[in-house]
Each structure stands twice: as C-alpha cells, then as structure tokens.
Design a protein. Structure first.
Length: 393
C-alpha cells in the first residue's frame, strides 16, 4: 500500500473522533474548515508506521487530539475562525490563584537559589497597577509582584513579572519585552521576568526564544532575557521526587510528561498528595481545582481514578481503627492467613505508601516473613505509589 493510501486510512479513522470532540465542545465548523483542521491533525501522524497507528486505541487518539488543540498552529487556526470561543479562563485563573496563595512554595520549587534570599513577608501583588499599565488583557495570565530580596548583604526591592501561557504564541518574546519596558519605566526597579508554559505539547517544532534582541546593522542596541518554566520538560517521576520536599509539585504533576495511559494514576497521585500535605482550606481547594482543570478525565478513566482513590481511602479508614501498626498487622494477619496473607499485606501497604521502605522492612523482620527484603523490593516496583505518609509506631 502506498503512502497516500495509508494517509487516507488514517484520515478515515481520525474523522469521526474529531467530529465527536467538536460536538462535545459545541464547536461548529463548515466542511472546508473541518478538512483544513483534519489536515493539520493528520500531519502529526504522517510519519507514524501503520502498525503503530492501528495499535492506538480510540481513547489514545482522542487524548492526543485534545492535546493538539492546545498547540500554537491548531489553536491559532481555530481562534481565527472567529465564532469558536475557548473556555480556558478557569484554567488560567487557577494558575494565577496558585501563584498568589503559594508564592513561597512556587519560588522554592522553580527558583530555589533566589527563594532562599527572598523576604516573603514583604510580598505585594500589584494587579491594579499592571492593569493600569497594559489594560484588562493582563488580568488573568499575568502577575506583578513586589518583593525584597537580599543582594550583597542588604535587601533591595525588585519587581517580578510572571506570565502564564496555555499556548505557544508567535513573537511571544517581543510581548515579554514590551511588558518589561512598561514595568521598568513605571517603577524604575529591577524586573525579574518569568514565562510559565502550561501547554500540553511534549515538543515544540520551533522553540520559543528566551531572548529578544534589537540591533542596527552591526551595532547592538538591546538584548533582553527572560526565564521560561515549561512543565512538559519535566518527567512526572522527577516531579514526584520534588514533591517529597515541596508538595506544591503535586498540583503541577498533571502538566508534566508521562504516558497518556497513566492519566488516572497521575491525577490520583496529585489529588492525594495535595490532600495529604495541605490542610482543608482555600489553598487546598484551589490546588485541587487546578488539577481538575488540568486533567478532566473520560468516563473510563474516571472509573479507574475513583477506584484508586476509594481503595486508598478505605485502607486508611481501616488503619485508623487501630492504635498502632502492630495491632493492624495482628488483625490482618489473623483475618487473611499467616504467611501468604501477611506478605500480601506488606506489599499492599508499601504500594499505597502507608509505610516507607525502612518501616516496612522492620515490620517484615519482626513478623518473621520469609524473604522480606525481596517482598519489599517487589512492592516498590508497583504502578501506584502515593506520597509518603509516616505513621507513629
């Protein structure tokens, strides 16, 4: 079969999936616009071998198509049609709320070398001043922060211009430079610029420049630099490690890089991490809402997610009935049988991270379970690993 015929087969399979997504979003495209959109999406699959393409489930393809809608070329095309409205405001608002509520955690997560020198008690958010400078379009995706930072043994006030971007935009670096000029002109303070990209594209065909330069022939005029935080550059495993020290990382976990089949597990880890590490209140509610906005699940994914959360919840409730881990082991050991039952129990407790590895080895040794170290090693390789939660012994 020639390449043209293969691509026609790809298009036949993609056609109903795209139409279903457009219907769910209540977006109406005429035939010409739809075929142009189909061509843009099909382009991503032209280099894929037929056996790999046919091995993708409809659910895999649907998730990938949703992610493509956030990419610059397709997003810009859809927006150019005029009558399509993107409902991204809640997503953008949540990111803005997170930076306001968790400014200290944010800087320790992404800029730890600066965070240790910042006086977070001095933080002021100057949203009104930002709107006065640039107008209402900066209300959702931008924040302007005044903070004292220790430089050369003394504190000085600086401005932090933070902008969140859901899509890669053409000439974004020029836009950041314009903001820098306005802020510096107004406040005459050092401006530290940050652009945080929360798009779903794992790779950019054309990277966003981190500088904006002006020159006349061979005469340099200006070279502006800003700092990019791109969440898709991080592996989810890396963020899970970071979350052990800074639990804010759990809120951003759904925006990192991972296999699409792991979506229910990733969301469960994120929600559980937030609920375990943040007390009930505005901060916890905002972070959970951000995760929900970042990762809406399909019905089959939602069922899997709920089963993971439910299993974790039921195990915790059961453990709270006892005064100690020892009592719980004795109870479960009698209930499910001695050797095989206790081995199964140890494996499950480590899988759910109700004990850490050292605690589990100690308990396995105390209960004289054969090959205890091998049991623990097998458990550490399980798919579902929740945040560490240490219980009193």
């Amino acid at each position: 079969m020639d390449t043209s015929s293969i691509h026609k087969l790809y298009a036949i399979r993609l056609n109903p999936l795209i139409k279903k997504i457009l219907k769910q979003k209540t977006w109406r495209l005429d035939d010409q616009s739809f075929h142009h959109l189909l061509g843009l999406i099909l382009h991503d699959y032209t280099s894929m071998k037929p056996d790999l393409f046919m091995g993708l489930t409809d659910n895999d393809l649907t998730i990938q198509i949703h992610e493509m809608f956030d990419r610059a070329e397709i997003a810009n095309y859809l927006q150019s049609l005029g009558h399509i409205e993107f409902k991204r405001s809640n997503f953008d608002i949540r990111h803005k709320e997170v930076i306001r509520l968790c400014v200290k955690e944010y800087f320790y997560l992404f800029f730890p070398n600066l965070a240790c020198k910042m006086d977070f008690d001095s933080v002021q958010f100057l949203d009104k001043e930002l709107i006065a400078l640039f107008g209402g379009e900066h209300r959702i995706t931008d924040a302007l922060i005044l903070i004292n930072i220790k430089v050369d043994q003394s504190y000085q006030a600086i401005m932090i211009h933070w902008e969140q971007q859901s899509n890669r935009k053409t000439m974004f670096e020029e836009s950041m430079f314009h903001s820098f000029c306005g802020i510096y002109f107004q406040f005459r303070k050092l401006v530290f610029p940050i652009a945080m990209f929360t798009d779903s594209a794992t790779e950019w065909r054309k990277p966003v420049p981190e500088t904006y330069q002006l020159q006349l022939m061979d005469y340099p005029i200006n070279e502006y630099h800003y700092n990019i935080v791109r969440l898709k550059c991080y592996e989810s495993d890396q963020f899970e490690e970071m979350a052990k020290e800074n639990p804010l990382a759990y809120a951003y976990l759904p925006l990192t890089k991972f296999d699409s089949k792991e979506r229910p597990h990733i969301k469960a880890k994120a929600i559980n991490g937030i609920m375990t590490n943040f007390p009930v209140g505005q901060k916890q509610a905002t972070l959970i809402s951000l995760v929900d906005e970042c990762m809406p699940l399909y019905p089959d994914e939602q069922k899997k997610y709920e089963s993971i959360i439910q299993e974790k919840s039921e195990t915790l409730k059961e453990m709270h009935m006892f005064q100690s881990i020892e009592e719980y082991f004795l109870y479960k050991g009698k209930e499910i049988g001695k050797e095989s039952g206790q081995e199964e129990l140890l494996t499950r407790l480590l899988e759910l991270n109700l004990l850490n590895k050292n605690q589990l080895l100690k308990e396995a040794s105390r209960l004289q379970i054969p090959n205890a170290s091998k049991v623990v090693e097998r458990a550490t390789k399980k798919t579902i690993v929740f945040p560490e939660r240490v219980h009193s012994q």
